[in-house]
Write a protein that binds this ligand. Structure first.
Ligand code: ADP
Length: 163
């Protein structure tokens, strides 16, 4: 029984994240998508909203669960009794940070291994930051996020404009 955690902010979830979720859920018996509730960051979507969107877009994947967490990733992984942490690598620029993270986590918790999946080429440019920027200027989001997420982004941007 192999259980993995795929952690991130997912603010919001994109087709790039979904690609990693689909591919790793085929390798693992169970995949837990860990949604980081980082109080130091000011996310666009609350952790509850991010969890809800992830649940919606992964509802066809029976071995995927969405769980919010805060604190150290290795503590969350131990609590969940996970064997593996999954991370996506988009470009060489991700590498240095990811290497440091995985080595630190391995020092903290030697029983948890980090595995990297490289991005599918068509999503290698895609990030939640870009998606939020496109949404802020009312651009077409259909190539970047599932319809359900695009709807939530539009609602959020309209609500922000009213403030
Ligand atoms: P973080 O807050 O740690 O940057 P993100 O929500 O941005 O987390 O991303 C979570 C994980 O998904 C990271 O491993 C990141 O490299 C990966 N990821 C993000 N965008 C893509 C993409 N377009 N293709 C593949 N992996 C991605």
């Amino acid at each position: 029984m192999l259980r993995a955690i795929y952690p991130g902010s997912f603010d919001p979830v994109t087709y790039g994240h979904l690609d990693i979720i689909r591919r790793s859920s085929r390798i693992m018996d169970e995949l837990i998508v860990g949604v980081l509730n980082n109080k130091a960051k000011m996310p666009l979507f609350s952790v509850e909203e991010r969890v809800k969107m992830l649940e919606e877009v992964t509802k066809e994947l029976p071995n995927v669960r969405i769980i919010p967490f805060d604190g150290l990733l290795v503590d969350f992984a131990s609590r969940m009794e996970a064997d593996v942490v999954i991370r996506g690598l988009r470009a060489i620029t991700d590498f240095e940070y990811e290497l440091q993270m995985s080595q630190t986590n391995h020092k903290l918790e030697p029983n948890v291994e980090t595995m990297f999946l490289t991005t599918s080429i068509e999503y290698s440019y895609l990030s939640s930051t870009t998606v939020r920027e496109i949404a802020a200027f009312g651009g077409d989001l259909s190539q970047f996020v599932p319809e359900a997420v695009a709807v939530e982004l539009k609602k959020k941007m309209n609500a922000k404009r009213r403030v």
